[in-house]
Design a protein around this ligand. Structure first.
Ligand SMILES: NC(=O)c1ccc[n+]([C@@H]2O[C@H](COP(=O)([O-])OP(=O)(O)OC[C@H]3O[C@@H](n4cnc5c(N)ncnc54)[C@H](OP(=O)(O)O)[C@@H]3O)[C@@H](O)[C@H]2O)c1
Length: 291
């Protein structure tokens, strides 16, 4: 096993980035962990744990290039700025090439190459940039986080309804920390073991949104039912409750594609990679109810 390798995690202040860092600290204490952040002031706790902070915005190629110096392995956590991501990720890849990074892993989207989801486009474009960069790469094609739905548990309890447009679509959900551990496994592993691999990562179990409503009902002992809406109606309902139009559109479109099976995956690659079953939806719902 290589010692004193330097791994850089982008989005280190984000939810996934923080979970990757804590998984790496547990699994691979020999690694030198660098966290790329926009605001070091929000990451003082990471610095106190020995994480080296480097500051750069994905829009700033010069800062990114300097942040990438001496980095052996890079985990590019996809930007949250939908619509700007291809240009931002291009900067990160270019900086990695200049710095001579030895492996780039990228958090893509489940079945990004064939997915009809609108969100897939920027992931496909980024995957193409990574492939033509010539750098050894690993694609972590992440399915949906259970937390995307679990965060709506309080509203579901208040109204007795889960709203969505995913019909009877089977969603292979896993917890954010499951995907984080998979990324950590890749960053901690031998480059030769993961270079060139495309991992389709998703939960062991698949659920419909009706299953989700039934799980809330069971655990909270309070009736909650799933109400399926046409995509346009769901989009309008999300705008009604105050979501920005673009975000509402993205959520409704993703749900409608999920109804057609876009978020289903049966390969169980995620649980094989992390060496344990993925977190069941019931556990994530339970955590929200307990908090
Ligand atoms: N699979 C899923 O279900 C799912 C769900 C939601 C999102 N995602 C994708 O997965 C990524 C990670 O998820 P998450 O839950 O960790 O999201 P998150 O908590 O929103 O974290 C996103 C991270 O991206 C960083 N970032 C955004 N714009 C940036 C820029 N211009 N320059 C540098 N850094 C920038 C943020 O930096 P700051 O900390 O400085 O804001 C933050 O650390 C998201 O960004 C998104 O692409 C996946």
């Amino acid at each position: 096993m290589a010692t004193f390798e330097t791994v850089l995690i982008t989005g280190a202040n984000g939810q996934l980035g923080r979970l990757v860092i804590s998984a790496l600290q547990r699994r691979a204490p020999h690694l030198h962990i660098v966290g790329l952040v926009r605001d070091a002031g929000k990451a003082l706790d990471l610095a106190q744990q020995g994480v080296e902070l480097r500051v750069a915005d994905y829009n700033d190629l010069v800062a990114l290039t300097s942040a990438m110096m001496g980095v052996d392995k890079l985990l590019l956590i996809s930007s949250s700025e939908v619509g700007q991501r291809t240009a931002q990720h291009r900067n990160v890849v270019e900086a990695a090439v200049t710095a001579g990074v030895k492996l780039i892993a990228y958090t893509s989207l489940l079945h990004a190459d064939t997915s009809p989801m609108a969100l897939a486009r920027e992931h496909r474009e980024t995957e193409a940039l990574i492939r033509i960069s010539g750098l050894p790469f690993t694609l972590l094609r992440n399915g949906w986080y259970s937390e995307n739905y679990a965060q709506s548990v309080p509203a579901a309890l208040e109204h007795g309804i889960v709203l969505g447009a995913a019909g009877n679509g089977q969603l292979s959900l896993a917890a954010r920390r499951d995907y984080a551990e998979a990324a950590a496994m890749v960053m901690a592993g031998e480059i030769a073991q993961h270079a060139g691999k495309v991992y389709e990562l998703a939960g062991d179990e698949a659920y419909t949104l009706a299953d989700f409503a039934a799980e809330i009902t069971r655990q909270a002992n309070h009736p909650v039912r799933y109400q399926n809406l046409p995509e346009a109606d769901y989009r309008a309902a999300l705008i009604d409750v105050g979501l920005p139009e673009g975000f509402a559109e993205m959520l409704a479109e993703s749900d409608a594609r999920a109804a057609e099976g876009s978020l289903y995956e049966s390969g169980k690659t995620l649980s094989r990679l992390i060496g344990r079953p993925t977190t069941p939806l019931s556990e994530t719902v339970n955590q929200v109810l307990a908090s």
